[in-house]
Design a protein around this ligand. Structure first.
Ligand code: HPA
Length: 275
């Protein structure tokens, strides 16, 4: 996994010599529009990068877009590994470690999620401040490459307090009524049963989705500071009359894309001044 990341980083270095992104961003379901805003973009297809998947789900492109966004040098993963596609948890490792090897200091994940709080409104954004891993696996299982991080990495402060404060401030400045809370990751691909939704709420989760947690575990292991935002595309199963579908996820993802874009651009602009 580490070897693939080194090879992938070498492929990128050959295409954009000397380019050192500071922030690596993963764009979730229906949220790829942000990549269109990258200036002086170099696009690398996942197929050219060892260890990178060819995502199969509609709304996921499978491209690495490098360039400037919000005044920062960034690397955007337009597409991600979902375990429900049949990938083992370790499959997320090369993507995140490649970002680290390219020079990223921050990992920023976006995703679509179902809200577990009944007063949430579809299309609202939620800043993630912690997670619960219910995927039944961990991407760091197996040999530990000490050059990236320790065998037993801590998950304290997994969602960087300073980044969270920046996101809160930017959202406030933009007049975006964001929520904040705990993201719980399931394996998927089935949506939750009504009983699971009740259980997850009692566990202390505020949103449920099928991604991000393994990425953040790998990112923390190799010292990346993390920030993550969910687009709440729906109330979780049983909390409203709607029957959930991927089409609905894409629809509300697109509807919220403009808010998410403004939030991410504001966050990136703030990094320029945060030192
Ligand atoms: N559950 C899990 N994943 C999701 C949901 C949901 O309700 N909505 C968008 N992604």
């Amino acid at each position: 996994m580490s070897e693939q990341a080194r090879k992938a980083a070498a492929v990128v270095a050959q295409k954009v010599p000397g380019f050192r992104p500071r922030v690596g961003i993963t764009l979730g379901s229906g949220l790829g529009a942000l990549a269109e805003r990258v200036e002086d973009a170099t696009v690398v297809d996942f197929g050219e990068l060892p260890g990178f998947p060819r995502p199969s789900v509609e709304g996921h492109h499978g491209r690495l877009v490098l360039g400037r966004l919000g005044g920062q040098d960034v690397a955007c993963l337009q597409g991600r590994v979902h375990l429900y596609e049949g990938h083992p948890p370790q499959a997320v490792v090369p993507l995140v470690r490649t970002l680290r090897l390219l020079g990223c200091e921050t990992y920023f994940a976006t995703n679509a999620a179902g809200a577990l709080d009944p007063d949430a409104v579809p299309g609202q954004l939620m800043l993630i401040n912690d997670h619960i891993n219910m995927q039944g696996g961990n991407p760091l299982v197996g040999h530990n490459d000490e050059s990236f991080g320790p065998r037993f990495p801590a998950m304290d402060g997994a969602y960087d307090a300073q980044h969270l404060a920046t996101l809160r401030r930017v959202a406030d400045d933009l007049g975006l009524p964001v929520r904040e809370g705990v993201y719980l990751a399931t394996l998927g691909p089935s949506f939750e049963s009504h009983a699971e939704v009740r259980a997850f709420g009692r566990l202390g989760a505020n949103a449920v989705g099928m991604s991000t947690v393994p990425e953040v575990i790998v990112a923390r292991h190799c010292g990346l500071r993390c920030a993550a935002v969910s687009v709440l595309t729906n109330l979780a199963a049983g909390l409203s009359d709607e029957v959930l579908s991927h089409e609905q996820t894409l629809h509300y993802g697109q509807a919220a894309a403009e808010d998410l874009t403004r939030l991410v651009l504001g966050f990136l602009a703030a990094q320029g001044t945060a030192g």
